[in-house]
Write a protein that binds this ligand. Sequence first.
Ligand code: DSN
Length: 436
Amino acid sequence: MTSVDSPFWGPDFRELQSTDPQIAEVLLGELDRLRGGLQLIASENFTSPAVLAALGSTLSNKYAEGYPGRRYYGGCQQVDRAEEIGQERARQLFAQPGTDIHVNLQPHSGASANLAAYAALLKPGDTVLAMSLPHGGHLTHGAKVSFSGTWFQPVPYTVRRDTELIDYDEVRDLALTHRPTMIITGATAYPRLIDFARFREIADEVGAWLVVDAAHFIGLVAGQAIPSPVPYADVVTFTTHKVLRGPRGGMIVCKPELAKRIDKAVFPFLQGGPLMHAVAAKAVALQECLQPAYRDYARQVIANAQALAEALAAEGMRPVSGGTDTHLALLDLRELGVTGSQAETRCDRARITLNKNAIPYDPQPPMTASGIRVGTPAVTTQGMTEGDMKEVASLIGRAVRDADGSATNDVGTAVGALVARHPAYARPGQATGLRA
Ligand code: DSN
């Protein structure tokens, strides 16, 4: 804050209200939305005040093209420290005992991190084996509308129709047939663990690079709640704002021998000046992840997702693949006769935020979709546990079945009461519900 007795010079909301009341209102409106509703988007979370302080700091002013000790600008002593501290924390979190990794904190987003991995390892036109988008992959895994499907030759792998699990035999067959230069695994709507050792074997058999896009689950890895891809992958890309609970942004971890290729791909190939306030905020988030309490958080995220999936099944929504091992569940709504799009709208009006999502082999187009995706990173940060998930599932069930809107007020009121017991971003005088 800008008060004279604080050593910090940073965000002053009163100043914003007088300079730009319209944007100040947007900020207050969003705070109200976060405080008053259930946030179940699997890729979102609540950052801590410490992360927000770094994000709102004067580090935003600094140009620092290059890397610590090798910048194209003067005055980088302090931002160099932020970046080196963040890299060291990432090594503590993700390097296996007795091994080293290289860390790049500069990608502006997960898509930028993925583009850097492609740029470091491939030439335009090279073949990439990646999970099909409608089966849970990501736009940057070969979708025609993205660089990945325009500048490269994507070969998509799918999940099995019967188990809805990745078909590793199909992955191997495709790899042997198409001889990709790179295999990328990772997903945005796959609730199960991925067998990284199997992917490594397949990549080695055909001489391909193995890239793991760990954006969705890297926070669970940081919290030691699920196995790490780092020992198996050549490059691991991720975002820092999902389970990891940091600022919006991207990161890359790679084998030391790829350090130069990755660094050059991020800067100067595809980015200019790094966002040093975001780099510092990433360092803060990594410090939070190193605390023992974060391990409890990561385990609770999974326990909550499993409890939520089970309770939603009891509401008539079928969990794709039968359940979840991670922070998210994908629910098939066809038995209820409701589309994903209808469910999203009905939940939204009752202050439950989630997203429609294609299910594997979905007969509906993506903007309609037969499913919804729910995730527990944010509600777990609010301090909710398995018992709360039963109530969340019951509220979702009521909202999804509420075709005429007659239950909207009742469900919205119950949502308000539930989140008031676990406040996110507490109001003055209210105890914070945010977990460490
Ligand atoms: N858009 C993100 C998600 O919601 O899963 C992935 O980048």
